[in-house]
Design a protein around this ligand. Structure first.
Ligand SMILES: *Cc1c(COP(=O)(O)O)cnc(C)c1O
Length: 395
């Protein structure tokens, strides 16, 4: 195996399917909120592996729980029960205020399962014609056939048709554009409580409440995708808690396992229409990944993570507002908690590369947006360091 970063990168380009334009860095380890490459360079992490590593790197409680579980049992299949599985299901029901949980291996699979369940819900009632799904422009729900079919970005769907079909795309925060598509065949409405990939757009309280009301009136299944914005990122465990609204199904992944591949969807009893034979997964909810969820939740409680997100998120909001005042190239600033974005007047690629050269890792979102998704354990001093690098780079 080669040793310099360039050798490793060249070898990677030879063997990996070229589905990503990777940044030219080979990461080796993480400590707290810092990452280190194989040359020993240190980087301040403001992307957390796309909103995954909420606890940062090397949290003692988390890593020792994983070590312990590896020594006992990592996999057994869904044909049996395990303690971590049952504990994680209970934890997620309490956290979401919903009734039942299904574990998946990713966010896309969580959305896939949610779509299947919404269709089965109407099918089981004999309403087999109720199959149409309303989604939102600029949304992102994942890359499997079902999840990509409800993703509001044409370029992600076009090469892969025919997709599952009967999907309409309405405008975010525009209840009339949703109502335009509602008819006797409407099955479900799906959207992100806070759009991530689409450019960090928050939901209006009136809109999410109107959708809830509409779904109640017409017996439509309301699905909220909290794969990116859930699990503490906005300062509440679920972003919908800010609006005092409950969905029928919520989908989760990214932060819930703090880096092990795990997702889930939770639902109300009323829509829990999937029964034995309808749905399944070999790995889903295995004792290793569910131990990771339980350990992550434990750390959230013990280390007051939500409070930290609120406090540092507020501080970051103020500092980014100041930065926006100072640099006219920042045309907008949006977001909540530790999920914020600044929109530039041009593509942010160069800013992102220059920031990385100065030891700051940030990523983009659609529409010239720089996305800031740090580990949820960052402190004000890390925000100051991020701001000072951005300030220099934007000059
Ligand atoms: C990342 C993401 C997904 C897809 O999750 P994967 O684990 O990559 O399949 C779905 N929805 C949202 C909102 C996401 O941000």
């Amino acid at each position: 195996m080669s040793t310099t970063m360039t050798d490793i990168i060249n070898e990677g380009e030879k063997y990996l399917l070229h589905t990503y334009n990777r940044f030219p860095v080979v990461f080796e380890k993480g400590e707290g909120v810092y990452l280190y490459d194989t040359d020993g360079n240190k980087y301040l992490d403001f992307f957390a592996g796309i909103a995954v590593s909420g606890l940062g790197y090397g949290n003692e409680t988390y890593t020792s729980a994983l070590h312990e579980q590896i020594d006992k049992l990592t996999h057994i299949s869904n044909l049996f029960y395990t303690k971590p599985l049952v504990q994680a299901a209970k934890n997620l029901c309490e956290m979401t205020h919903l009734d039942r949980v299904f574990f998946t291996n990713s966010g896309a699979e969580a959305n896939e399962g949610a779509i299947k369940m919404a269709r089965k819900y109407h099918y089981a009632k004999g309403n087999t014609e109720r199959t149409e799904i309303i989604s939102i422009n600029h949304s992102f729900h994942g890359r499997t056939m079902g999840a990509v079919a409800v993703t509001g970005k044409e370029a992600y769907r076009a090469p892969f048709g025919p997709l599952i079909g009967e999907v309409h795309f309405a405008k975010y925060n525009d209840i009339d554009s949703i109502k335009k598509y509602v008819n006797d065949k409407t099955c479900a409405i799906i959207f992100e409580t806070l759009q991530g990939e689409g450019g960090i757009y928050t939901v209006d309280e009136a809109f999410i409440k109107d959708v809830r009301k509409l779904c109640d009136e017409k017996d439509i299944v309301m699905i909220l995708d909290e794969v990116q914005c859930g699990f503490g990122r906005t300062g509440k465990m679920l972003a919908y808690e800010h609006y005092d609204v409950l969905p029928d199904i919520v989908t989760m992944a990214k932060g819930i396992g703090n880096g092990v591949p795990v997702g889930a969807f939770a639902c109300r009893e009323k829509v829990a229409a999937l029964v034995p034979g309808d749905h399944g997964t070999t790995y889903g909810g295995n004792p290793f990944v569910t131990a990771a969820i339980n350990a992550t939740i434990k750390v959230f409680k013990e280390e007051n993570i939500l409070q930290n997100v609120c406090e540092v998120g507020q501080y970051m909001f103020e500092k980014l507002e100041e930065l926006k005042e100072k640099h006219p190239c920042i045309v907008a600033h949006r977001g909540m908690g530790l999920m914020q974005g600044i929109e530039l007047d041009e593509a942010p690629g160069e800013v992102i590369n220059k920031a990385r050269e100065k030891g700051l890792i940030i990523i983009s979102a659609a529409g010239n947006v720089i996305r800031l998704l740090p580990p949820l354990v960052i402190k004000n001093e890390h925000v100051d360091a991020m701001i000072s690098i951005l300030d220099e780079v934007l000059k």
